[in-house]
Design a protein around this ligand. Structure first.
Ligand SMILES: *[C@@H]1O[C@H](CO)[C@@H](O)[C@H](O)[C@H]1NC(C)=O
Ligand SMILES: *[C@@H]1O[C@H](CO)[C@@H](O)[C@H](O)[C@H]1NC(C)=O
Length: 489
């Protein structure tokens, strides 16, 4: 069984190797945890099928990418008491310090380059406009990413760097929830802006971002221009060589006041699944006393963890497989594919005021919840088992953990990819083995050998000591008196 599997992998890899002219190859490919997340040998994955409709092509998205630039120090030891004293208040936003909130606002680790190298092909930006014209990022009520850490220009440059290093991969930048330092009124004005075909009016925020993208040589389009395209159409639009760059990169949003997301977000308020809640059902969510005994949490992986996981699984399945609907409060793919050229599966724990309080009381962080609950691994398993009818944008927290496995499984789903055009179809879906994921990483063989050697040596030493001890005993009575400086003690 194992041997045939190995032979199969070897064969499929040789198929890839004969035609590697255009396949994606991740570099570096040194660590075994990286290599094991790919289903083909040596960190290879085939290219996206250029004839695929763009809204059927699958992209891993790093949820709120810019928070990867937040450097969070360790949880303060006394945070628990800080938080629980405010636990009954409604004004959690004002009472808990920003530093603590950041523990639940940081959804990613590492730069844009890192996230793309960890499997993301779509980046999720929440821009914030400052009065002096700077553009930074925020995560809703939770935090601002400091301008000193990253701004839009710096972010784009970092993405361009990856695109130049990986010039066959299509990368999408999505915006949503644009805010202004001084509030929404400041966004409602329009600006007269120069375009390729003359002049046009744009909302202030769009006009300012357009200038940044123009300067960086990266195309930035309104959503409707992406409707009804194939992957190859989108790649022509995204081709950076037209602007003197290299690779395929495209930024999109609705070009409205809020730079809204170009797709159905599948964020249904009354069905959200957070990692921590005060109890299992929504009615008790409002209970005033946050008693640690009644918490339901995602991190234990057994009792309440199973309950939470099932709820999240139902949520993501509904997002992909429900009857199509354009109602923002209904989960499911869109019917209007012109208005929604993409749709999203939110494969992560949602965050609300209660869940942040409860999580902090447990001394946890969003990234810790993500790791302990192994939610990314669960999402990869579902995708591998073909549980989603169709995947467009699959969004994850912490892509650094098993993001490559999701990338590999989505790219290797049947119909997604080709090798040098249509005739050459690589093995796909369950014909490939499931990626090995990071939390379940078995010890490498070298370690087993090392452990054998160490224990073997120890056993040998003990044996020799016993042997010598018995040998001494057999030599008869010894003189046990101590001699010190020539005198008998
Ligand atoms: C928490 O610890 C920090 C650093 O030791 C200290 O400055 C702060 O006053 C403490 N806060 C509380 C509420 O005890
Ligand atoms: C713009 O304003 C923000 C917030 O006040 C500040 O942090 C940033 O340094 C300013 N940028 C420039 C270029 O002055």
């Amino acid at each position: 069984m194992t041997i045939s599997l190995i032979l199969f992998i070897a064969c499929s890899t040789s198929i890839i190797h004969r035609h590697t002219t255009h396949a994606y190859h991740r570099t570096p490919c040194k660590s075994s945890s990286t290599r094991r997340q790919f289903q083909f040998e040596n960190c290879y994955a085939p290219d996206l099928n250029p004839t695929l409709p763009l809204n059927r092509a699958s992209f891993v998205m790093s949820h709120n990418s810019a928070t990867g630039y937040l450097n969070i120090k360790k949880t303060p030891r006394n945070s628990t008491s800080d938080v629980s004293s405010y636990a009954n208040g409604n004004g959690w936003k004002g009472t808990i310090t920003t530093g603590l909130l950041a523990l639940y606002g940081k959804t990613q680790v590492g730069t844009a380059y890192d996230q793309l190298n960890d499997g993301a092909r779509a980046l999720d930006l929440r821009p914030k406009l400052y009065t002096n014209g700077s553009i930074g990022f925020h995560h809703g009520d939770l935090i601002d990413v400091p301008l000193s850490s990253i701004d839009l220009r710096g972010f784009i440059e970092n993405v361009k760097l990856w695109c130049a290093d990986n010039p066959m991969e299509l990368v999408l930048i999505f915006h949503s929830e644009l805010v202004h330092e001084l509030g929404y009124d400041s966004l409602s004005s329009q600006e007269y802006t120069e375009t390729d075909d003359g002049y046009a009016y744009y909302y202030l925020g769009i006009a300012v971002m357009k200038k940044v993208y123009d300067k960086a040589g990266v195309p930035y389009y309104p959503c409707e221009t992406l409707s009804g395209l194939t992957v190859s159409d989108a790649m022509s639009m995204a081709d950076l060589s037209r602007f003197g760059g290299q690779g395929y990169l495209l930024a999109v949003d609705r070009h409205d006041m809020y730079a809204s997301f170009c797709g159905k977000a599948n964020w249904a308020r009354n069905q959200l699944v957070a990692c921590y809640s005060a109890s299992g059902n929504a009615e008790n969510q409002q209970s005033t006393s946050l008693n640690p005994q009644t918490f339901i949490q995602c991190t234990d992986r057994k009792m309440s963890g199973q309950y939470k996981l099932k709820a999240l699984q139902a949520y993501v399945i509904a997002s992909a497989n429900n009857e199509p609907s354009d109602d923002a409060n209904e989960l499911g793919p869109p019917t209007d594919e012109y208005w929604y050229p993409f749709h999203q599966i939110q494969g992560f724990w949602q965050v609300d005021g209660t869940s942040v309080q409860l999580g902090l009381m447990h001394g946890s962080t969003l990234l810790e919840d993500n790791r302990l609950s192994r939610v990314n691994e669960e999402m990869v398993t579902m995708a591998y088992n073909g549980e989603f009818d169709s995947v467009s944008i699959f969004s994850l927290d912490n892509v650094a953990l098993n993001g490559l496995a999701l990338f590999s499984v989505l790219r290797n789903a049947c119909g997604q990819s080709t090798i040098n055009g249509d005739d050459d179809v690589p093995p796909c879906g369950k014909a490939l083995t499931m990626p090995l994921m990071e939390s379940s990483r078995p010890l490498p063989i070298v370690w087993h050998v090392m452990l054998c050697l160490v224990y073997g040596t120890l056993l040998f030493v003990v044996f020799v000591m016993f042997f010598q001890a018995f040998g001494l005993r057999d030599k008869g009575p010894q003189d046990h008196r101590l001699v010190c400086n020539g005198h008998l003690v």
